[in-house]
Design a binder for this molecule. Structure first.
Ligand SMILES: [Zn+2]
Length: 435
C-alpha cells in the first residue's frame, strides 16, 4: 500500500489548513484582481477587498456560487463566463460539461491548473492501492469531457495504461484476457453491466487478472450491497473516486479501507458541507452530511469560490488506518435526482442500496418512477425492482422490500417486481429515475 505523496497526504490536517490558509488568501487577492465575476459578486455582498473577505475561518460568510450564475454571464464575446481570469494565450486546455442542468459550459485550464488536476487525480486513484508498474485498463474517452484529464493521472502514477474507451465491452474483455491488467476503471453502472455481459457469455471475470476495480463518474461504488455484488462479479476489490468537472477531475479517492474517499486534491481545493435548503455551513469536522461545496485554492484560469456541487455527501471523521489525514466523504446522490416525499429527502441511489440488500433474489437494478413533475412527490413512490435471473415473482418479497425501504429511508413506496432484463442497462451512467 503506497501513498503517492506521503509527506503531503499524511500531514496532520492542522498543518494542511495552515498551507491552505495561505493559498486561499492569495487566491482571494487573485480573484479581486482578475475575476470580474467575483469582484462584482463579493463587492455586492459587502466585501470590498480580499482583506474584507478574511481567511478560511470566515469563508462561510461569503456567498455561494451556483452553476447557473456562471452561465448567465456568458456572452458571444466570452463563452466561458465572467469568472475567466486569464487571456487566451495562457489557456492550455478547454473541457466541456454536458451539464445535467441544460446548457453546455466550458472549463478552461492553464498548464498549471491541468498539472494540479493530474496531481490530485493521481493521488485519488493511487489510494486504491494500485502500484507503479502495474497495468490498468480504462474505459474513459479522452474526449471533450473533464474525465479525459484523469487519463494523465495513470501516467503520473507510473502505470502501464491500456485505454479501450467507452462502450465496447468485447474490446474491454479481450484486453483483460490478453493483456492481463491488475486494475480496471469504469463507471459503477458499466462495471455492473460487464459482470452480466461476462456471465451471459461464460467469461470467467472473477478468474481474470483484475484485482482492483476503480469506479467513478456517478454515485454507487460506495453502496455496500452494490459494491459487494461488483466485488463478487469481478473477483476484485472495488474502490471509488469522484470529481466535479467545474472544480477538478477525481478530486476524491477511496483507499483500501473502503470507508469513504480521501481528498486527493488537498492543497488545491477546500471542501465544505452545507445544508442544501438554507445554504448554512455545517461542521464537516463533526461529521455533518449535506451538500458538498468546493473552493479552488491555487487555480488560475477560472477559479471558483464556494461552488455548489449538488453532490450530497456523508462525512467520515475517524482516523483512517491507511495514514492519510483529513475527513473523508461518501456521495449519497445528486440533488438533481433527489425526490422529496412528504418532506423526506430520498435519493434513488439510496433506494437502490436498500433494494440491493435483497440480492440474490433481486438483480440490483431499479427504476424510480415519480408521478409528479419536480422533486416533491406524494406517497407512495412507485419503484420497479428487477428480479434476479430465474427468480419468480413473490408477493411477500415486494412487501418485504417496501417495509425495509420504509424503515431505512422513512419513505412509503409501491414496489413492483419486474422480470430480469426489463430495466435498461447502460455502458455509461445509470438513470435510476424515469419521468
Ligand atoms: Zn484511508
Amino acid at each position: 500500500m503506497t501513498i503517492l505523496a506521503p509527506e503531503i497526504e499524511s500531514r496532520p490536517w492542522a498543518e494542511q489548513l495552515t498551507v491552505d490558509e495561505a493559498s486561499y488568501r492569495e487566491q482571494l487577492v487573485y480573484l479581486y484582481d482578475r475575476s470580474p465575476f467575483y469582484r462584482d459578486k463579493l463587492t455586492a455582498a459587502g466585501f470590498h477587498s480580499a482583506a474584507d473577505a478574511g481567511g478560511l475561518a470566515d469563508i462561510a460568510r461569503l456567498p455561494l456560487t451556483d452553476k447557473r450564475e456562471l452561465l448567465q454571464t456568458c456572452t458571444p464575446d466570452n463563452a466561458i463566463g465572467a469568472h475567466l481570469c486569464v487571456g487566451t494565450s495562457e489557456i492550455a486546455r478547454i473541457y466541456s460539461t454536458s451539464g445535467t442542468t441544460g446548457a453546455p459550459s466550458f472549463i478552461p485550464l492553464t498548464a498549471s491548473d491541468l498539472d494540479n488536476w493530474v496531481t490530485g487525480s493521481a493521488r485519488s486513484y493511487a489510494a486504491s492501492g494500485i502500484e507503479p508498474g502495474q497495468r490498468i485498463v480504462t474505459t474513459y474517452n479522452a474526449g471533450p469531457f473533464a474525465a479525459g484529464a484523469a487519463l494523465g493521472a495513470f501516467d503520473r502514477i507510473g502505470l502501464a495504461h491500456i485505454p479501450v474507451g467507452t462502450g465496447n465491452t468485447e474490446r474491454l474483455v479481450r484486453a483483460i484476457e490478453m493483456l492481463r491488467p491488475e486494475a480496471a476503471v469504469l463507471t459503477p453502472s458499466y462495471a455492473a453491466y460487464v459482470v452480466e455481459w461476462a456471465a451471459k457469455r461464460g467469461v470467467d471475470l472473477p478468474g481474470s487478472t483484475v484485482e482492483r476495480v476503480l469506479v467513478a463518474g456517478e454515485p454507487g461504488g460506495g453502496e455496500a450491497a452494490f459494491r459487494a455484488a461488483l466485488e463478487e462479479g469481478w473477483g476484485a476489490r472495488v474502490t471509488e473516486a469522484m470529481g466535479i468537472g467545474d472544480i477538478g477531475v477525481s478530486l476524491w479517492g477511496e483507499c483500501e479501507e473502503q470507508d469513504g474517499m480521501h481528498l486527493g486534491a488537498r492543497g488545491f481545493v477546500h471542501a465544505e458541507v452545507i445544508d442544501p435548503e438554507s445554504g448554512r455551513a455545517l461542521d464537516m469536522d463533526a461529521g455533518a452530511g449535506g451538500e458538498l461545496v468546493l473552493t479552488h485554492l491555487r487555480h488560475r484560469a477560472a477559479p471558483l469560490l464556494r461552488f455548489r456541487t449538488r453532490d450530497h455527501v456523508e462525512v467520515r471523521t475517524s482516523a483512517c488506518p491507511c495514514g492519510r489525514t483529513g475527513t473523508r466523504i461518501r456521495c449519497v446522490g445528486r440533488s438533481d435526482d433527489m425526490l422529496i416525499v412528504r418532506g423526506v429527502n430520498v435519493f434513488p441511489s439510496a433506494v437502490r442500496e436498500v433494494v440491493s440488500s435483497f440480492t440474490p433474489r433481486v438483480s440490483g437494478h431499479i427504476l424510480v418512477e415519480p408521478r409528479q413533475p419536480g422533486p416533491k412527490q406524494e406517497p407512495p413512490l412507485p419503484v420497479s425492482v428487477e428480479l434476479a435471473p430465474g427468480a419468480t415473482e413473490d408477493p411477500t418479497l415486494a412487501d418485504a422490500i417496501r417495509d425495509r425501504l420504509r424503515e431505512a429511508l422513512v419513505v412509503q413506496t409501491r414496489v413492483e417486481l419486474v422480470p430480469w432484463g426489463s430495466v435498461q442497462r447502460t455502458e455509461y451512467k445509470s438513470k435510476l429515475v424515469r419521468r
